[in-house]
Design a protein around this ligand. Structure first.
Ligand SMILES: Cc1ncc(COP(=O)(O)O)c(C=O)c1O
Length: 408
């Protein structure tokens, strides 16, 4: 038994069976403790976590500076409504916007950040002369934006829509990385284009820089807002502060969550200064948004990344993963493509990949599979060289085994 556990995994699972709605597929262990890239289950088994917090734990589990900042903040103020000013919210907004642009609004999750961005896009269009009918938003095949009604509609994957209709009107879907297809869909009723600058859940799909530049130009020509969902790519994940820094294409609105406060629930969107007044008082709000605990965690997250040089470190670890996986690709016949940017790693197989998750877990390594064939890793930015090598060795052995079973 791990010292942090009060009972076995089996007992916790039995409690869930009785009291928790079973809408998640869960691994059959209860996690009780985490430190950096490692977690332990109730029985004391240690796992190397290459997918910490589904991308939320961008600094791994319980990063010391974030823990300290939350501990200090919790003794002063836990929650203050947005009818007051707090130093923490101002400081975090400055930390984000001085590294990107504009002004920030705080929420609690990725879906909530995107929901706000969708509302702002419509509000902004309708505030302009003749803009009353401009409500359409173009999103992209294989994108993912969340599970609220607005954001699940924005998510152009039929599997997430089954049984939910009617969905929110006003969305059109274009194939990703195809500029001409978007151009065809834009009309006088379009107010925004919303996309991930790298698709995460859709399989770590990295578009061409020229495509993003083309979208920017199209938006400027047609007076449409360009919205980047950086819920997964933001705050250092790709080796730069924000995903858009790779192409240099600045969106009009950018949404953030996941790693924003290193695992403490926090979402935000940032918009250009000229657009901000369209979010008129009374038109949007979030009770817990911008609460001091999340803000303190967020400030400590940005300070840690900066002070520990983690953007550079992330690029180095990314290159190490790339070299490892590239040599594996030449060895086995089942790796179709590697798609890697910073600590966003997709290994696209020629065969279904889901079996890899259980096989890695048995050997003490946690990974994810998305889009049927893609092994996805979202390691912490501060993963060490030794942990990259240890984790890769297990994933490599599992891929080798799968290749052998497949006769390749
Ligand atoms: C790109 C992107 N947008 C939005 C979301 C939704 O975020 P949340 O689950 O915090 O609502 C996710 C979650 O995986 C995501 O990857």
């Amino acid at each position: 038994m791990h010292p942090a556990a009060t009972r076995s995994s089996q007992k916790t699972i039995a409690q869930f069976d009785k009291y928790v709605i079973p809408n998640y597929k869960r691994y059959p262990v209860s996690i009780v403790h985490g430190e950096g890239t490692q977690v332990w289950d109730a029985e004391g088994k240690r796992y190397l976590d290459l997918f910490p917090g589904w991308g939320c734990n961008i600094l791994g589990h319980c990063p010391p500076k974030v823990v300290k900042a939350v501990q200090e903040q919790v003794a002063h103020l836990i929650h203050v409504p947005n009818t007051w000013y707090t130093e923490a919210q101002g400081n975090f907004a400055e930390a984000i916007c001085s590294r990107s642009f504009g002004k920030a609004f705080f929420a609690n999750s990725g879906a909530e950040a995107n929901e706000g961005a969708i509302k702002l896009a419509r509000l902004h269009a309708s505030s302009k002369p003749g803009g009353a009918n401009r409500y359409r938003i173009i999103t992209f095949t294989n994108g993912f934006h969340g599970r609220t009604f607005g954001t699940v509609t924005a998510t152009a994957q039929p599997k997430y829509h089954e049984g939910l209709g009617p969905l929110l009107p006003g969305f059109r879907y274009a194939p990703y990385n195809d500029l001409e297809a978007v151009r065809q869909l834009v009309d006088d009723e379009t107010c925004a284009i919303l996309l991930e600058p790298i698709q995460g859940e859709g399989g770590v799909n990295i578009p061409d820089d020229a495509y993003l530049h083309g979208l920017r130009q199209l938006c400027d020509e047609r007076g449409i807002l360009l919205i980047f969902d950086e819920v997964q790519t933001g705050i250092g994940r790709t080796g730069k502060w924000f995903g858009y820094h790779h192409s240099g294409v600045q969106p009009d609105i950018m949404t953030l969550a996941k790693g924003l406060a290193a695992g403490v629930a926090c979402g935000a969107f940032v918009c250009r200064d000229e657009i901000a007044p369209s979010l008129r008082p009374g038109m949007h709000a979030s009770t817990f948004g911008g609460n001091p605990l999340a803000m303190a965690a967020g400030i400590a997250t940005i300070q840690t990344i900066e002070q520990e040089g983690l953007l550079g470190h992330c690029e180095k670890m990314s290159e190490r993963f790339r070299q490892h996986f590239s040599s594996l690709q030449t060895e086995v016949g089942i790796i179709k493509e590697l798609r890697i940017r910073g600590m966003m790693i997709g290994v696209d197989l020629t065969i279904p990949a889901s079996a890899a998750v259980g096989k890695c877990m048995e050997r003490g390594v946690l990974i994810n599979v998305t889009h049927d064939t893609v092994i996805r890793l979202l390691p912490a930015m501060n993963i060490t060289e030794a942990q990259v090598d240890e984790g890769f060795a297990v994933v490599r052995d599992v891929i080798r085994e799968m290749a052998q079973d497949d006769g390749k």
